[in-house]
Design a binder for this molecule. Structure first.
Ligand SMILES: NC(=O)C1=CN([C@@H]2O[C@H](COP(=O)(O)OP(=O)(O)OC[C@H]3O[C@@H](n4cnc5c(N)ncnc54)[C@H](OP(=O)(O)O)[C@@H]3O)[C@@H](O)[C@H]2O)[C@@H](O)CC1
Ligand SMILES: Nc1ncnc2c1ncn2[C@@H]1O[C@H](COP(=O)(O)OP(=O)(O)O)[C@@H](O)[C@H]1O
Ligand SMILES: [K+]
Length: 503
């Protein structure tokens, strides 16, 4: 499991690693540069014109080593030195000395920064890394503004975009990368949506610091990747019957919003549920039966919204419930929801309007159990806990909420963050902007409910559900791009099993 580590911890970790392994800091920098170049070679051609902008700290040292390695491989490289000659770090100095004579390296004066014209295809930003300790000013600021404005170039940041603090929200300006190649562990601030325009696509490059070593620096934040979920999947025997794959109940829908619960139900079936049933207001029965023949449907008493009374006998036959999509926030729906949450004590995914209703009720603790999972997007989350100043505060409040209520909280978005009552947080690595489409959240509800129903246990159900939902979104958008819609994500769920190699 890849740790997400603060900038301060990274420095200590690097120093301790060097001491324990008996290697030099220069060697570790060389590993970092090599890891970057391995990735770079897969992305860019030798006839691309590559400009590497190097500062005076170790991030600059990385840039110089990258320049030397790429130049040796035959790339057309130019080095630009920014930030002057004062305070040059030891490893940066050594890498300046190691530059081949024939590799062009230009020291950038303030005047050069203002007036030089660049003819480049790829800009590599190695000006400042995790050592940044104040907003950019002077030459660094001017260089960043100039590079951000260059048309038709690919921008790649080494470790972290220049100007971006590793643990806090950005103040001022920063390099706007298309791709950030971060070393060994994603830095915390790379997870913040405020930084999306600066980080671009995130790639994590392994520089040889093993997980075992990193664990002593753990801050209980993890980056969820393929290898972390494959082993969490259950195997089912050749003799398995539909009951083994779980009976799930999807509760929600209202007049005009029946699609949400239909998508959750279909997603649960595509994720593998043996039997899916919907509980909806009576206006939804025919719609659902006609559009999804694989499900069963029963209804509460009123026509347009879920309401009291409803049939409670036999609810215990369901292994898991997903509740909320499309249910509305009327008074009838509220009475129904609170009653239902007190009645059904098995594992539940509580989403959408169910969260909005809970948010306006006091004492919600009584409705939530340790196998329950809340899946708010940012706005729903802020209805629960109040408006937050920034994403960092949201992440803190998400963890507090999970601990205080003893439930799992899935804060959705890019890098969806899953908080557990034991104090751990997992950040998702799959998914993309094409999933920002109506109904994508209902699909997630169906998927997590399905895994709960299949008997995964709450932790594995949520980690597998969130990861695989993002993977299905990636698969769906390969040839649909911004034309991807939520039902495409559902259709891609079977392929996501193929991709994971899970039967
Ligand atoms: N062995 C390792 O550790 C490994 C580290 N690695 C690499 O090292 C990077 C971290 O290197 P680093 O610690 O030298 O910091 P870095 O960001 O290059 O610059 C700090 C310098 O900038 C200055 N400064 C700060 N803010 C400023 C501002 N706003 N405007 C202007 N100046 C500012 C500050 O000095 P100050 O002015 O504050 O006195 C200092 O001189 C890391 O991101 C990774 O790429 C990899 O090689 C793997 C192995
Ligand atoms: N830019 C993005 N990158 C990755 N995942 C995203 C992105 N935008 C949205 N998603 C995912 O899509 C889903 C959207 O859920 P939600 O906002 O509840 O949609 P809806 O309410 O329309 O169903 C979430 O799981 C979220 O993580
Ligand atoms: K950088």
């Amino acid at each position: 499991m890849l740790e997400i580590i603060s900038g301060a911890a990274v420095k200590k970790l690097d120093t301790d690693f060097i001491a324990e392994k008996g290697i030099t800091s220069h060697r570790l920098m060389e590993n970092a540069a090599q890891a970057f170049c391995d990735w770079f070679e897969g992305e860019y051609h030798r006839n691309d014109k590559v400009g590497i902008f190097c500062g005076h700290g170790n991030n600059g040292g990385d840039g110089l080593a990258i320049g030397r390695l790429l130049w040796r491989k035959g790339y057309d490289v130019i080095i630009f030195l920014v930030g002057g000659d004062a305070k040059v770090s030891a490893d940066c100095r050594l890498n300046r000395e190691l530059l081949p004579d024939k590799l062009p390296a230009i020291s950038m004066s303030s005047d050069d920064i203002a007036h030089m014209e660049f003819d480049l295809n790829v800009v590599v930003d190695a000006m400042l890394g995790i050592g940044v300790n104040r907003p950019l000013a002077g030459d660094f600021l001017n260089m960043v503004i100039k590079l951000n404005a260059l048309p038709n170039v690919n921008r790649v940041a080494v470790d972290i975009p220049t100007g971006l603090p590793s643990d806090e929200c950005l103040e001022g300006e920063a390099f706007k990368a298309d791709v950030t190649v971060t070393f060994q562990y994603p830095k915390f601030s790379l997870m913040f949506p405020e930084h999306a325009a600066f980080v671009g696509i995130l790639h994590v490059a392994n520089i040889g610091i093993g997980n075992k070593f990193m664990r002593q620096f753990s801050q209980n934040r993890y980056y969820l990747q393929r290898k972390d979920v494959v082993s969490r999947h259950l195997n089912f025997s050749r003799f398995a019957h539909k009951g083994d794959f779980g009976r799930v109940l999807l509760v929600g829908g209202s007049y005009g919003s029946m699609g949400a619960i239909r998508m959750a139900a279909e997603a649960s079936l595509r994720t593998g549920s043996g039997l899916a049933t919907c509980l909806v207001p009576s206006c939804g029965v025919d719609i659902l039966q006609a559009s999804l023949p694989e499900i069963q449907v029963f209804s509460s008493s009123s026509e347009k919204y879920l309401s009291l009374p409803y049939v409670k006998e036999g609810l215990e036959r369901f292994d898991a419930v997903g509740i909320g999509p499309g249910m509305g926030t009327t008074a009838e729906a509220e009475d129904f929801l609170l009653d239902f949450l007190m009645t059904f004590k098995g594992p539940k995914v509580i989403d959408a309007d169910a969260i909005n209703i809970l948010a306006r009720n006091k004492g919600i603790q009584q409705y939530l159990g340790r196998e329950d999972v809340l899946t708010p997007h940012i706005k729903e989350f802020e209805r629960l806990v109040g408006i937050c100043e920034n994403h960092k505060q949201r992440l803190e409040k998400a963890l507090e909420f999970s601990k205080a209520h003893g439930c799992v909280l899935v804060l959705k978005g890019a890098h969806t963050c899953i908080s557990f009552p034991d104090g751990t947080q997992y950040f998702n690595s799959t998914g993309n902007k094409h999933m920002a489409t109506g109904g994508a959240g209902d699909v997630l509800t169906g998927m997590i409910t399905s895994f709960l129903g299949q008997g995964y246990g709450v932790k594995n159900a949520v980690l597998c559900g969130v990861y695989q939902h993002g993977l299905a979104g990636e698969i769906a958008s390969v040839d649909k791009k911004r034309g991807t819609i939520a039902t495409d994500i559902i259709k891609a769920i079977p392929k996501s099993y193929v991709t994971l190699g899970v039967d």
